[in-house]
Design a protein around this ligand. Structure first.
Ligand code: NAD
Length: 441
């Protein structure tokens, strides 16, 4: 059992902290956000993630995990401090490392025992070297400190499951001491561990994430071509999926990737390469395809309609994917402002993300249009002139094709997630545009 502190209780930090407690370590999670800490102490998860609340309550009741804003008390006697704070994108595409620097400084000024600092946040290659030097420069007490890289691969929406059943754990260390301690910390998970040096670990994270982004953009590129040559991307993907070299995952064409990782991690790696005088052409292309893909359906609708002004527009799905309340880089955030500028009266439905969306776009008049939030997809569709589907939530997939015909004033549907069979929409008399497939009129 190790005494572990975790800096940052977002998707990565909180899930890691709770899972470390679950396998028997003594954990203190630190966040600067007092509201979050108060919620967590009551057993309430500040983020929407399956199973997280239950594990928080169980381990808090067992005294295995605690939450605090007082980083001193959490860091001073910790065997290991995991850093899971944000590394958001800056305007030039580079990663903002200021949150990491703040935590590094706090660690340097408070630790009283030998301590392994483990960076879980996604950081550009070479950052961990700098973090170690930074901590040593500011170290107050005469203790041993080392930095290790341990990038995180969980996917939002299945974060707890992904952590407890990870395909692999990557550890990047520069000494036997650090490697052995991380191995022991992770041993109870009983998962494959890949041990490499720090820079390779940092690179594995970017290379893996950017490969997935590239795969999505590739399928979207092929989907767009399918539309112009009369092929169906779903049939094409199915045909490709039997080839084990390609695999069957991440072959779904759609309205572009979002979330807090793929967009920023592609840009950060491209930036890193550029700084080094290398042009990362594949990733640049993935970024470009994704940018255009997000407004693909809006542009299609503009070609079909004279104006959105005064039209009732149903928007089904706001989050960047199902199973999360996260809106970061969601296609809805690209499309809703365009529709509002055009004077659309939007009726938006999302089973989980509506409250977060309201913080950005409060209900009522907005730009030249307006936005209203509803509790059921059918309420958004009632009397609507056009519908956009941005997220494939189960509640949205459950809407029968016939409902569009019955509820909408004109059953005109733009589906960014290809959730319906073309034949079913045809049978229901819905005018249906999707991604990479023939349209149905
Ligand atoms: P997040 O924004 O959800 O959470 C970050 C948390 O850190 C916030 O609660 C914030 O209040 C807190 N924080 C900021 N400064 C702090 C400080 N000095 N001390 C303590 N807490 C502090 O971030 P996230 O989505 O969990 O991502 C964290 C990192 O992990 C990023 O680098 C991200 O790229 C990477 N990552 C994210 C995912 C994902 O699916 N979200 C997956 C893999 C890797």
């Amino acid at each position: 059992m190790y005494i572990i502190a975790v800096a940052g209780t977002g998707y990565v930090g909180l899930v890691a902290g709770v899972c470390f407690a679950e396998i028997g370590h003594q954990v203190t999670c630190v966040d600067i956000d007092e509201n979050k800490v108060n919620l967590m102490k009551k057993g309430i998860s500040p983020i929407y993630e399956a199973d997280l609340g239950d594990l928080m309550q169980k381990n808090y009741a067992a005294g295995k995990i605690d939450y605090t804003t007082d980083y001193r008390s959490a860091y001073k006697n910790a065997d290991a401090i995991f850093i899971g704070v944000g590394t958001p994108e800056q305007s030039d595409g580079s990663a903002d490392l200021s949150y990491i620097a703040t935590v590094a400084r706090q660690i340097a000024e408070t630790i009283e025992n030998d301590c392994l600092v483990v960076v879980k946040s996604t950081v550009p290659v070479g950052t961990n070297d700098k973090v170690e030097q930074f901590i040593k420069d500011f170290l107050v007490n005469d203790v041993k400190v080392e930095v290790a890289s341990n990038p995180e691969f969980l996917a939002q929406g299945s974060a707890v499951h992904d952590t407890l059943h990870a395909a692999r754990i990557i550890i990047g260390t520069e000494s036997k001491w650090a490697e052995e301690m991380l191995m022991k910390i992770y041993q109870p998970f009983n998962l494959p561990i890949v041990s490499v040096n720090r820079r390779s670990a940092e690179m594995i994270k970017y290379a893996a994430n950017d490969f997935l982004a590239l795969k999505i953009s590739y399928m979207n590129d092929i989907a767009n071509l399918c539309e112009s040559v009369g092929a169906d991307i779903q049939d094409v993907a199915r045909g490709m999926s039997f080839d084990e070299r390609i695999g069957s995952k991440f072959l779904n064409a759609g309205i572009g990737y979002g979330g807090s990782c793929f967009p920023k991690d592609t840009k950060a790696l491209e930036y890193l390469a550029r700084q080094d005088g290398y042009e990362l052409r594949t990733i640049k292309a993935a970024i470009g395809v994704n940018k255009d893909q997000k407004t693909m359906l809006y542009k299609k609708a503009c070609r079909r309609l004279i104006t959105f002004n005064g039209l009732k527009v149903a928007v089904l799905g706001l989050t960047f994917k199902p199973g999360t309340d996260d809106l970061r880089e969601a296609p809805s955030l690209e499309n809703v402002p365009l529709l509002l500028e055009q004077g659309a009266d939007i009726y938006a439905y999302d089973p989980v993300g509506a409250d977060n969306f309201k913080n950005k776009y409060p209900a009522g008049k907005n730009s030249r249009g307006s936005i209203t939030y509803v509790d059921k997809p059918e309420q958004a569709l009632e009397g609507a002139n056009v519908c956009f589907i941005f997220t494939e939530w189960g509640e949205i997939k459950a809407v029968e094709p016939g409902t569009y015909k019955e509820q909408m004033r004109t059953p005109l549907v733009y589906d960014g997630r290809n959730i319906y069979e073309l034949a079913d929409m045809n049978e229901a008399w819905v005018e249906y545009y999707s991604i990479g497939r023939p349209f149905i009129k």
